[in-house]
Design a protein around this ligand. Structure first.
Ligand code: NAD
Length: 300
């Protein structure tokens, strides 16, 4: 049986690792914050004190880290470590499911290639609920052989697995998706606030828009107005979920990609600025749907 190391056990990584364990796979787990790793022991994980212990003798490494700089430091090394690539066997498979800039994914992929290691970038969509239910969408970049190896493992954590192209294309697909999500969440907050300010019940208004042309993912599965949807972060003090600072990062990645390709992204730019103002006001660690409060507070 393949041995897997799972690194990064935050809001997404922990439920994803649990699904691998439920499928009966052998999983070593590591997070810089050891309190996040320890609870996985009761699901059968081998909890490791260091990343070196986690990746020793494994066939597959999966990372779920915040941003490109963390992914590069983990695989390529930094002033404190030699990097995971120097510890892996040839032909090991590396799956990075973090959302990062495509350039960092390509740099990591090139070093993997030089070392005879298979690498795919495989960012996800579906949020914490999708991670817990094992219904994530994976958007994978890498060559065909690496993709088919990765697909078997990803199928324990996700429902839809897309091959977007070569290394880095998974990230590009994900960045486009989250540009759209940032815009949709902003628009949903805006429309709900407008309705409430004009006397409508947010539950009734949400139901109306769900059966009308304003229907979208944020409204359907992640309603940002407290009390409308019992299981959404909005009804749980905006506990993440998907932190505002991560949405801000993703919209920044969208703007960088737009600058490089001379694409016009006026709506994405506006959404990024809204999330920047919201994060700067001290909401960076709240769920991104807390942007709803930005609209509340901006009432005159
Ligand atoms: P998170 O901050 O909750 O988790 C990241 C984890 O990585 C933390 O526990 C942190 O301690 C750990 N970490 C950082 N550096 C490390 C290192 N060097 N070694 C080991 N562990 C390290 O973030 P999250 O919400 O789980 O998101 C992870 C990634 O997935 C991000 O790139 C995010 O953009 C993306 N994503 C998140 C969601 C979501 O709904 N939360 C959805 C889709 C994609």
């Amino acid at each position: 049986m393949e041995r897997i190391a799972f690194v990064g056990l935050g809001n997404m990584g922990a439920p994803m690792a649990k699904n691998l364990l439920s499928a009966g796979l052998s999983v070593n787990v590591f997070d810089l914050v050891s309190e996040l790793a320890r609870p996985l022991a009761e699901f059968g994980a081998n909890v490791c004190e260091t990343i070196e212990m986690a990746v020793a003798d494994v066939d597959v490494v999966i990372t779920m880290l915040p941003a490109g700089k963390h992914v590069k430091a983990v695989y390529l090394g930094d002033e404190t470590s030699k990097g995971v690539f120097s510890l892996l066997k040839k032909n090991s498979l590396v799956i990075d499911s973090s959302t990062i800039d495509p350039e960092s994914a390509r740099i990591v992929g090139e070093v993997a290639h030089e070392k005879g290691i298979q690498f795919v970038d495989a960012p996800v969509s579906g949020g914490v609920a999708g991670a817990a239910a094992g219904t994530l969408t994976f958007i994978v970049g890498g060559h065909e052989g690496a993709f088919s190896q990765a697909e078997k493992i990803l199928s324990h954590m996700g429902k839809n697995i897309f091959h977007a192209g070569g290394v880095g294309s998974g990230q590009m697909g994900k960045i486009c998706n989250n540009l759209m999500l940032g815009i949709l969440m902003s628009g949903t907050c805006e429309a709900l606030t407008l309705g409430v300010n004009n006397g409508l019940d947010p539950k009734v208004l949400s139901n109306i828009m769900l059966q009308s042309s304003g229907r979208n993912w944020a409204l359907e599965l992640y309603n940002p107005c407290p009390g409308v949807m019992e299981n959404a972060p909005a009804s749980n003090d905006y506990k993440p979920g998907f932190m505002s600072k991560l949405m801000l990062k993703d919209l920044g990645l969208g703007l960088e990609a737009a600058a490089q390709s001379q694409s016009a992204v006026p709506m994405g730019s506006l959404a990024r600025n809204l999330f920047a103002l919201h994060a700067m006001a001290g909401n960076d660690e709240l769920d991104f749907s807390s942007l709803f409060e930005f609209y509340q507070k901006s009432e005159l």
